[in-house]
Structures are given as C-alpha cells and as structure tokens.
Design a protein around this ligand. Structure first.
Ligand SMILES: [Zn+2]
Length: 77
C-alpha cells in the first residue's frame, strides 16, 4: 500500500537547496493583501526560504478545511 497525500505534503515539506533534501518547512505569513495572502516557507533546519505561496481568500477557506490539525504555538523555551 502506498497512499501518500501529496497535497498536504507540499505544504509541510519542501526541497531545501542548502540541506539538499526535502525538509519540513515552517509557514510564515509574509504579506497580506486585500484579496490574497503571501506565505513564505522556511526550512526548519537552516531557516532559509525554500518557497513562497499565494493564498487567495477562496483557497484559504479550503486550506483550513483540508487541514483540521492545528499546530499549537506552545514552543516556549
Ligand atoms: Zn535547509
């Protein structure tokens, strides 16, 4: 069985040129426009930008519906 959910994987793991491997990424809100939002994806290993994504208002609703798991921001040192 090889059921891989590439749709959700693209948002959580991207190829990093510095690490030369597909690394988990952190999504960061870069810019907010009236009709869309621009996100920056940072490698969690070296913190370099590995990609950007535009999310329109309609896509944003779908993205939230597609990912019920919320990442909690409780990573205090
Ligand atoms: Zn990296």
């Amino acid at each position: 069985m090889s059921q891989q959910q590439f749709e959700s994987f693209t948002a959580s793991s991207l190829y990093c040129e510095k690490c030369k491997a597909a690394m988990p990424v952190r999504e960061r809100l870069l810019l907010v426009l009236p009709d869309r939002e621009l996100y920056d994806y940072l490698c969690t290993n070296c913190a370099s930008s590995v990609g950007q994504r535009e999310v329109t208002a309609g896509e944003k609703v779908m993205a939230r519906a597609a990912s019920p798991r919320r990442s909690r921001r409780g990573l205090m040192p």
